[in-house]
Design a protein around this ligand. Structure first.
Ligand code: APR
Length: 233
């Protein structure tokens, strides 16, 4: 059985990293048009780098939680394929021992706004940092901003249409294309499961739902799948 998993900020919430749309979330503290759009970066690159430097420092201090470790265990022990797509830009899945397709980019990478080259980010990044490829001072975070194309979309399409089970964990279902993945997977015949602290905006599109904090609900679900007890086999 091929399992395709999509995670959002809720899987890292109990590691102390903020979500975006919970009541005291990042978009309640910052104007996303200023820190998460190409126009915002063009207007004020220092403000944008300050925002991501702070998030990079938070992520470096955070630890993976039981949900990250349970998903890594599923990938190791499940007989079929386990594919992880994440909207998160932190590296907690990797630090729990699991590769993830970062469709919204990664705090751990830098990108040249001029030539597009990518490289490992330093903790405190600045637009003045020269690009190692073209030497121009055009360094930006390798984050997919609003209005930019998410990454890995071709690969993701293939996985959604060949999944036996699609599971969305800790995402509010408010940002497309990720919020529509459940429709594509279901159309191709996958069973669908949502795991969240509360029903997402697209909860009604899922066959099944587990409600509760990810650090409890995800390990319990993984135990069931690995023991063959889960109804979503
Ligand atoms: N356990 C499980 N789910 C949780 C927990 C928790 N402990 N805490 C919060 N959640 C859930 C919330 O109920 C909500 O559904 O996590 C979700 C967080 O939603 P958002 O803050 O909207 O985060 P996300 O869905 O990842 O946002 C998607 O929007 O701003 C863009 O690029 C950004 O990747 C992000 C995208």
């Amino acid at each position: 059985m091929k399992i395709v998993i999509l995670t959002g900020a809720g899987v890292s919430a109990e590691s102390g990293l903020g979500t975006f749309r919970d009541k005291d979330g990042l978009w309640a503290q910052y104007d996303l048009s200023e820190v998460a759009t190409p126009e915002g970066f063009a207007r004020n690159p220092v403000k944008v780098h300050d925002f991501y430097n702070a998030r990079r420092a938070n992520a470096a201090e955070a630890e993976p939680n039981a949900a990250h470790f349970a998903l890594a265990r599923l990938a190791r022990e499940h007989v079929g394929d386990v594919v992880l797509i994440t909207q998160n830009v932190d590296d907690l899945h990797e630090r729990a021992g699991q590769d993830a397709m970062h469709m919204h980019g990664a705090l751990s990478r830098a990108k040249c706004a001029d030539c597009g080259a990518k490289w490992a980010a330093v903790l405190k990044m600045s637009a003045r940092d020269p690009c190692p490829t073209c030497s121009r001072p055009a360094t930006r975070p390798d984050i997919v901003w609003f209005g930019e194309m998410p990454e890995y979309m071709d690969e993701i399409e293939v996985h959604l249409t060949t999944a036996d089970l699609f599971v969305a964990i800790g995402t509010s279902g408010q940002v497309y294309p990720a919020a529509g993945f459940v429709v594509e997977a279901a159309r191709a015949g996958a069973a669908t499961l949502e795991i969240n602290l509360e029903p997402s905006d697209v909860a009604g599109l899922f066959d099944d739902q587990r409600i509760g904090p990810a650090s409890e609900t995800v390990p319990r679900w993984v135990d069931e799948v690995l023991s063959g007890a889960s109804s979503k086999q």
